[in-house]
Design a protein around this ligand. Sequence first.
Ligand SMILES: [Zn+2]
Length: 498
Amino acid sequence: MKKYLSILLICCLVLTAVPVLGTGDAAVAPKYVFMFIGDGMGNPQVTATQYYIGSLENPDAPMPTPEQLSFTDFSNLGMVTTYDATSFCPDSASTATSMASGEKTLSGVINYDVDKTKAFKPITEYAKEAGMEVGIITSVSLDHATPAAYYAKVESRKQYYDIAVQGLTNDTLDFFGGGGFLNPDGKSTNKDTGETTMQENLFDIAAANGWTFVNSNEEIRSLNAESDRVLAISPILQDSQSLTYEIDRVRMESEGADVLSLADFVTAGINVLDNDNGFFMMCEGGKIDWSCHANDAATSILETIAFSDAVQVAVDFAAEHPEETLIIVTADHETGGMTIGFATTAYDTHFAYLANQTISYTEFDKVISTLRDNGASFEDALVEIEKYYGLTTKEEQDLTLTEDELAKIQAAYELSMQNKDERVLGEKEEFLYGGYEPLSMAVSHIINNKAGLSYTSYSHTGLQIPVYATGVGSEVFGGLYDNTDIFFRTMQAMGLSQ
Ligand SMILES: [Zn+2]
């Protein structure tokens, strides 16, 4: 008799343990699910940001003291491989497709197989069918690769107009917020004839499909659950219809401007989406990637802080809904091959040096074009470099330029003072500047290296990526697995496994 009872007891224990062992759906499904993707945010980017904040907040600490970000202390931590069907160094379209739909595809393809014949079904459609509301937020344009994988299916990520039309006309989305649209009039030019054609304007399509379009800080801050389907675009947009880089937003706010952040859009999204059936929200910090493509470490660190602030809004929401919320934070791939440690600084690092930089490479490019238009001297350029980066010719300063660094800046200055179409750029320049504005690149590389950081590439890398998860069902995100499994584990945690 005793023997049967103990066997029965073991069976019961096994049955309740099944979800944790990854074969069945979670016993309790989260009502609210947040999927945060830091585009290009590998482990180096997260670590550098923790060390940067730690250096600023603990300047007199006897030893290096990193600080936590809003997600680095989440209870569950995993690691994923990110390769796609094209390369170990994937792109954002294929990796987002893998996370959103659980499938591998070619770089540049969104929710189609490698033959571009079979369309994939993203998790947002399953969430919608389960009665949840769905929101997509990004700091880049709404039709960019990562957000697109959560609502569209196209053979090429460059089909910006088609992508946006799908987002506005299919019934998956209820909140669509952040940047703007890259091709609102569906403009296309026939390569042979050169003839340009336009299509129906996206904002007309939005209105015809029941979207409420809001485009001011006041309107976006006053959104609520009565607002129905909302298309919310920041009134201030920077490069390629994106939100302002955090490093520039902070500088602009210190000069009195009021510029919306990614966190503001998460707050607006929650206000619109909250309902009895819950919601699924994907929020992308898209410009960590852009700043790392441009090897601009300080800008990427501030972008990671802005991303962490956006996650903090969800963490605060979860504190009010502890038994109902799941938060997942990850990235699609690493960008730039960022590394902590550099040849000339050896075992030393000086993260606080980066706080002297108050401008992104994109905005500094504008400073350079003004210098060029004014035929400015090298000395004039050095004044701007000291103003925005702290790099100086004054002796015995933390950021005093060496002879070698000055020579590098002078060479880049001379190239940058030429109009783009007059510059002769060879392999050496391609390596030094990666196709970006030479003077911006030279200055970024020098302040990175003085801080003890560096980059190996201007493209994506093949590094494995961390996954941070907390809340209901988050225990399924531990371990080492492939990015396609993020889809299956999220479905499992949400009780939607097919
Ligand atoms: Zn990228």
